[in-house]
Design a protein around this ligand. Structure first.
Ligand code: TYD
Length: 214
């Protein structure tokens, strides 16, 4: 399936990784970056929330503290503010240089985590996205995994950034379903089985990208 033409004036390629907490997407994003660099490509590996100094400051606000610290509506504003800064300071300049940008989470995470899990706020998320972001990845790799497995992996690494993991199994199940529904709706998605051993997952991703780019 051909990729959509790159955003006007931007030479690079924009890839995102999505999945539930503990799906292994951060490891896979790093491995893909290493593999593409080894092929001689210029790669910008980045993440959300964060990816620019301003957005990393917002990251602390949204990921630390108690689960009820922010309402879903306030979170939408904070994640979108972080994303706007990330886009301006990191993603657009990298795409303009012709880099492959690999982003660990992007707007689909807001669509699912804030838009679907605590009531239906899809319309709010979409309107704010259109107004402030307006950019989609060329290709989105969804690392799909059973939520119980994901939660076990995520909680075993503990730390301060546990607000979403603390929301529990029911929450992560809605997150998984939300991502799979988005994957059905948008052509840019490819679903990868995250339950396979890491080397196999990495190989599946390389294969998927090679096919998409061909
Ligand atoms: P991330 O750093 O990717 O955590 P992990 O490596 O554990 O998957 O993301 C941190 C948390 O932020 C994660 O629980 C998902 C959440 N999140 C949102 O709720 N909305 C968003 O828009 C983004 C980008 C992340």
């Amino acid at each position: 399936m051909p990729l959509r033409p790159a955003e006007a004036g931007l030479a690079g390629l924009f890839l995102s990784f999505e999945g539930i907490d503990g799906s292994g997407k951060s490891t896979q994003a790093r491995r893909l970056a290493e593999a593409l660099r080894a092929e001689g490509r210029s790669v910008t590996l980045t993440r959300e929330p964060g990816g620019s100094p301003g957005a990393e400051e917002i990251r602390r606000l949204v990921l630390e503290g108690t689960a009820d610290r922010w309402s879903a509506e306030t979170e939408i504003l904070l994640f979108t503010a972080a994303r706007r800064d990330h886009l301006e300071k990191t993603i657009r300049p990298a795409l303009a240089r012709g880099d492959v940008v690999i982003c660990d989470r992007f707007a689909d995470s807001t669509r699912v985590f804030q838009g679907l899990t605590r009531g239906d706020l899809t319309a709010t998320v979409d309107r704010l996205h259109d107004l402030m972001i307006g950019t989609e990845p060329d290709l989105t790799l969804l690392i799909d995994l059973d939520p119980a497995e994901g939660l076990a992996r995520a909680t075993s690494r503990q730390g301060a950034e546990m607000r979403f993991e603390d929301m529990g199994l029911g929450f992560q199940t809605r997150v998984r379903e939300g991502f799979l529904a988005l994957a059905k709706k948008h052509q840019r998605f490819r679903v990868i089985n995250g339950a396979a051993p890491p080397d196999q997952v990495a190989a599946a991703i390389r294969q998927t990208i090679a096919t998409a780019l061909a």
